[in-house]
Design a protein around this ligand. Structure first.
Ligand code: 13P
Length: 249
C-alpha cells in the first residue's frame, strides 16, 4: 500500500501570534501544493489564526499536546476535543521533551492516543531512545517497549502516525545516519506488525525526527521505512519549504 509522505513542523515554544501570522502567510503559497502532506504544529495561541490562514490550502494544522478528558478541573490543559472543534486535524503526543520535562509516560501517551483517534484527530506518537540507551545497546528494546505500551489496544492503528526521534539527534545538529533511522523505523513497523498484523503495519506512516534539514531530507526519504519527518528547528525558517518539497529539489 502506498503511504503518502508526511512532513510536520513542530514549532515547540516558539513564535507569538504576529510572528506566526507572518510566517504562515509566507509559507502557504510555497507549501500548499506539496506532494507530501504538510502539517504545521504551532503553539496553542497561534492555532486559530493558523487555521484561518491555511483554510483554503491543503496544509493541515496540528497541536503539540492535548488532554484526554473532554473537560474538567485540569488547570492549564487543553482538551483534544477543544482542538478538534476548532478544526485542528493532528496532534503530537509523547514528544521526548514532554516525557522528560512534563512527566509524560507511556500510560498517558496511550490514553491521549486513544482519545485522539476516538474524536477524529490524527495522533503523531513520538518514541526514541537517549544517547545512553543507544550506547548501552538498548535502543531497540526502548523503542519496542514504548510502541508496545503507547499503541496498546488501539482500534485502528493505521490512522496513527509514529515519529521516531532519537533524543541525541534532537536540536543537536547530529542526525542519525540514514541506516540508523531506517533501522529504528523498521523496529517500529515490526512491533506494530506483531501487535496488529503486517497489513496494518504496512499502512502506518512513520516519520524520522532529529536535526532534519534540506540537505539530509532527500536521502532520508529514500529509506524504505521512512515516510516523512517531524522537524523542529528547521520548521521555523524558510528551510521548511525545501524539506516539505524535498521531491522537487
Ligand atoms: P530538531 O529538528 O530541532 O532537531 O527537533 C526535532 C524534534 O524534536 C521535532 O519534534
Amino acid at each position: 500500500m502506498a503511504r503518502r509522505p508526511i512532513i510536520a513542523g513542530n514549532w515547540k515554544m516558539n513564535m507569538g501570534l504576529e510572528e506566526a501570522n507572518d510566517f504562515i502567510t509566507m509559507m502557504v503559497p510555497l507549501c500548499e501544493d506539496s506532494y507530501a502532506e504538510c502539517v504545521f504544529c504551532p503553539p496553542y495561541i497561534d492555532i486559530i489564526r493558523a487555521l484561518e490562514i491555511t483554510s483554503n490550502s491543503g496544509i493541515e494544522i496540528g497541536a503539540q499536546n492535548m488532554h484526554w478528558e473532554d473537560a474538567g478541573a485540569f488547570t492549564g490543559e487543553i482538551a483534544g476535543k477543544m482542538l478538534k472543534d476548532l478544526g485542528v486535524t493532528f496532534v503530537i503526543i509523547g514528544h521526548s521533551e514532554r516525557r522528560e520535562h512534563f512527566a509524560e509516560t507511556d500510560e498517558t501517551v496511550n490514553k491521549k492516543t486513544k482519545k485522539a483517534l476516538e474524536i477524529g484527530l490524527t495522533p503523531i506518537v513520538c518514541c526514541g531512545e537517549t544517547l545512553e540507551q543507544r550506547e548501552a545497546g538498548d535502543a531497540k528494546n526502548v523503542v519496542v517497549g514504548q510502541i508496545e505500551k503507547d499503541l496498546a489496544d488501539i482500534d485502528d492503528v493505521t490512522k496513527v502516525v509514529v515519529a521516531y526521534e532519537p533524543i541525541w539527534a534532537i536540536g543537536t545538529g547530529k542526525t542519525a545516519t540514514n541506516a540508523q533511522a531506517d533501522e529504528a523505523c523498521g523496529w517500529v513497523r515490526e512491533t506494530i506488525a506483531k501487535m496488529y498484523g503486517q497489513d496494518a503495519a504496512d499502512a502506518v506512516r512513520i516519520q524520522y525526527g532529529g536535526s532534519v534539514k534540506p540537505d539530509n531530507i532527500v536521502e532520508l526519504m529514500q529509506e524504505p521505512n521512512i515516510d516523512g519527518a517531524l522537524v523542529g528547528g528547521a520548521s521555523l525558517t524558510k528551510d521548511f519549504e525545501k524539506i516539505v518539497n524535498y521531491d522537487k529539489y
